[in-house]
Design a protein around this ligand. Structure first.
Ligand code: MTE
Ligand code: MO
Length: 427
């Protein structure tokens, strides 16, 4: 704690020196332009000469046109020919921690479906006293909770295993979003169906499936199902968007996105896992010797610098520079994030936007006085289990090169003197 304070103190002092230097520069620049008055200051501008738009012209608002590039994007060669199935959150252009639904990444195995609340049914069956079917209106009558959680696809950064590939944080790390969910604990619905949650539940599982053609069925151990899993119907205060599972999806905090079943239609209690397609041939991690890691549910601690980055270059030259990024852990809260400007040779402790919260994105900042020299920017997350995000080399030593899923290694951006950035690897 005290170490943290003194580090912040040091950063603050050097920042102020940087700011002072720039201040002098700014003064002389405007002195040089003294004859040409700035019309933005001296003239009454068009937007101040009449009415703006009326309040009812956009009953449900979109961002102003000038923010039109803060959008989901896809990578063409990752997208199937008929139904596009993955896009990426523009994390390089967002700040804070909450992802607006309108630009939160999507991943569908058989397309996003349109399901009315009136047509919605959720069945709870299997090893329960009373199999039940809930309508949407039924779900709204159970006590509900609010929690902020990140959802990361296990394939996030998967394309980066073999080498630096995609040029942008949106593409390397954008299969993640972070929302405030409103929902009913899965525990409540299981208890309603007469499942005894007070006894020994070891060896029990739930199998969850969606109403889309893929069904995306996954088995979840009962301990997790009863711990913090939510049957959610709102995100960031409003109904889930179609693409995120309207009207109801499962929220499985800290665990891989594939388990967050959208358009959830059935929850079956079983005494063994189903071993479905999504948990055998997919979402397992093949090691160097050809065997595969199975049941790799939790997303390990990870982070990325979102700016500067390839899609967010430095445009203001040297002087004060805000380096920022995101950190998260599926095993708990982020306690510290370190930033390196020299490819991991030395590290500085970043400032957290607010204290890390369990299984939610944490924003970090390092406010520096950039001297205009080239940087090899990295970030390294540490969570409250003491786990430290590994380098790419460390990850490959353990996991080999055959994997796609669960790449949580340290990302490097080469930032050039002109402010442009590029995805690179350090050996
Ligand atoms: N029913 C259903 N649920 C699903 C999927 C799907 O295709 N069908 N995709 C899964 C995958 S692989 C991920 S990463 C997350 C993505 O959630 P999002 O589209 O809201 O970002 O949903 C999961 N839940
Ligand atoms: Mo996924």
């Amino acid at each position: 704690m005290s170490e943290n304070k003194s580090r912040t103190g040091t950063t603050r002092r050097s920042f102020l020196q940087g700011a002072a230097a720039v201040g002098v520069g700014a003064v002389s620049a405007s002195a040089a332009k003294a004859q040409a008055a700035d019309p933005l200051i001296t003239e009454v501008q068009p937007w101040a000469q009449g009415f703006g738009d009326g309040v009812d012209e956009t009953p449900y608002g979109l961002p102003i046109q000038y923010e039109g590039d803060v959008i989901r994007r896809n990578v063409e060669w990752l997208t199937a020919d008929t139904v596009s199935s993955i896009n990426f959150t523009p994390i390089h252009a967002l700040d804070g921690t909450i992802t607006p639904q309108g630009c939160a990444f999507e991943r569908h195995h058989s397309g996003a479906i349109e399901l009315k609340k009136e047509d919605y049914r959720l069945m709870v069956n299997g090893l329960v006293d009373t199999p039940l079917v809930f309508s949407y209106a039924d779900l709204e009558r159970f006590p509900r909770e609010n929690h902020v959680y990140f959802c990361e696809c296990a394939a996030n950064s998967g394309m980066e295993w073999a080498g630096a590939q995609l040029n942008g944080a949106q593409f390397t790390h954008g299969m993640i979003h972070n929302m405030e969910y409103t929902g009913v604990p899965l525990r409540t619905l299981l208890e309603e169906a007469g499942f005894d949650t007070s006894g020994d539940v070891s060896g029990k599982w739930v199998y969850v499936e969606g109403a889309d053609a893929s069904s995306n069925g996954r088995s979840i151990p009962m301990e997790k199902a009863l711990d913090d899993v939510l049957v959610a119907f709102k995100a960031n205060g409003e109904a889930l968007r179609k693409e995120h599972g309207y009207p109801v999806r499962l929220v499985v905090p800290g665990w891989e996105g594939n388990m967050w079943v959208k358009w959830i239609r059935r929850i079956e209690v079983l005494d063994s896992p189903v071993e479905s397609r999504e948990e055998t041939s997919k979402y397992t991690d093949t090691l160097e010797d050809g065997t595969s890691r199975k049941w790799t549910w939790a997303m390990d601690a990870k982070s990325v610098v979102t700016s500067p980055s390839p899609q967010s270059p430095i445009t203001h030259g040297k002087g004060p520079l805000v380096i920022t990024g995101l950190a998260w852990s599926g095993r708990g809260a982020i306690t510290r994030v370190d930033v390196s400007r020299d490819g991991g040779k030395s590290w500085e402790t970043a400032r957290l936007g607010k204290p890390g919260e369990k299984m939610a994105l944490t924003r970090f900042y390092l406010d520096v006085d950039w001297d205009g020299s080239e940087m090899m920017l990295q970030s390294r997350a540490i969570d409250d289990t003491g786990y430290i995000q590994p380098t790419k080399t460390q990850l490959r030593e353990v996991r080999g090169l055959n994997s796609i899923y669960h790449n949580n290694s340290i990302q490097t951006w080469l930032v050039r003197s002109n402010g442009e950035a590029e995805n690179v690897e350090v050996s």
